[in-house]
Design a protein around this ligand. Structure first.
Ligand code: PBG
Length: 332
């Protein structure tokens, strides 16, 4: 598109900015409650909401409290909630068997939410890190992360989540071949309508620090995730990952982290035109909250501006810890 602009003073771009009414009429992108997926942390126990120090304002909830939160989120119009379990360290093993236990924390939370608010879409995370004694997303043997054996385990995990009632499966592990394997297994087990939102372009990022505290993986993690998550210097590779995951049967794709990777979001939406999501990750949330709590920025305004950036870049929606706060503001 080549914009036609008359010479000054025939064109005075400030005319369209001169009142709130004209700005509202001519705004190109809007942020809506419909664009939000709310990531929440689940822990065991009852009646518990436990603060996470590196994510001020975010808590780990016991299943009953997650269900309450989902009911509130649904009432505010948030379409989807995404579950992340904080697993009891005693249940973390090398074989990660808790990951596909039909009664694990995550699967119990799915049941609870679907029973209370069936219309709320429940998204899950598929990766072994919450259950792995060494904090990695895949099986580790002799210091190497195994690919194909991990994919088999992820398929078992996916089926357990789908059986529990998950609507959106979110593979965040970055193993090769996982999307195809999950899709065939879902088809074979009667889960034709379970969707896959693939973390297709997931970077090995330092912005995940607070999340690893939240799920209790920080202490466990040995080394880094650079042999499976992407290098921050790559952009074309992200497009190849998106193409591959779509070919294997992903319904929606994700770029992660968010703000530092908006160029990728933009290229993905432009090249593929598929439902595209970004994850405004824990470190992004923590930075905004920290500056806001110090009185250095207006937290509410920066939050809204940061989320509008995802819409402008072409994202259909955003996973954000701010979801309930944003929804409250957007609902007036
Ligand atoms: C685990 C997973 C991570 C996040 C989502 N799923 C962390 C990681 O890959 O180490 C990060 C989310 C966030 O930082 O908010 N596979």
């Amino acid at each position: 598109m080549s914009p036609i602009i008359a010479p000054f003073p025939a064109a005075r771009p400030r005319r369209l900015r001169s009142s709130a009414a004209l700005r509202n009429l001519t705004r190109e992108h809007e942020l809506s409650v419909n664009d939000l997926i709310w990531p929440v942390f689940v822990r065991d126990g009852e009646g518990i909401e436990e603060p996470i120090s590196s994510m001020p304002g975010v808590v780990r909830r016991s299943v009953d409290k997650v269900v309450e939160a989902a009911i509130e989120a649904h009432a505010m119009g948030i379409p989807a909630i995404c579950l992340f379990p904080y697993t009891d360290p005693a249940l973390k093993t090398e074989d990660c068997a808790e990951a596909w236990n039909p009664n694990n924390l995550c699967n119990r939370a799915i049941h609870g939410i679907k029973a209370a608010v069936p219309d709320m879409a429940v998204m899950t995370d598929v990766a072994l890190d919450p259950y792995n004694i060494n904090g990695h997303d895949g099986f580790v043997v002799d210091g190497k992360i195994l690919n194909d054996e991990t994919v088999e385990a992820l398929v078992k995990m996916t089926l357990a989540q789908a059986d529990a009632g998950a609507d959106i499966i979110g593979p965040s592990d970055m193993m090769d071949g996982r999307i195809g394997a999950m899709r065939s297994a879902l088809e074979a087990h009667g889960h034709q309508n379970v969707t896959i939102l693939s973390y297709s372009a997931k970077y090995a990022s330092s912005y995940y620090g607070p999340f690893r505290d939240a799920v209790g993986a920080s202490g466990a993690l040995k080394g880094d995730k650079k042999t499976y998550q992407m290098d921050a210097g790559n952009a074309n590779e992200a497009l190849r990952m998106i193409a591959r995951d779509l070919q294997e049967g992903a319904d929606m794709v994700m770029v992660k982290p968010g703000i530092a990777y908006l160029d990728i979001c933009h290229r993905v939406k432009k090249d593929f035109g598929v439902p595209t999501f970004a994850y405004q990750v824990s470190g992004e949330y923590a930075m905004i909250q920290a500056a806001a709590l110090n009185g250095w920025i207006d937290g509410e305004k920066v939050m809204l501006e940061s989320l509008m950036a995802f819409r402008r870049a072409g994202c259909d929606g955003v996973l954000t810890y701010f979801a309930p706060q944003v929804a409250r503001i957007l609902n007036g």
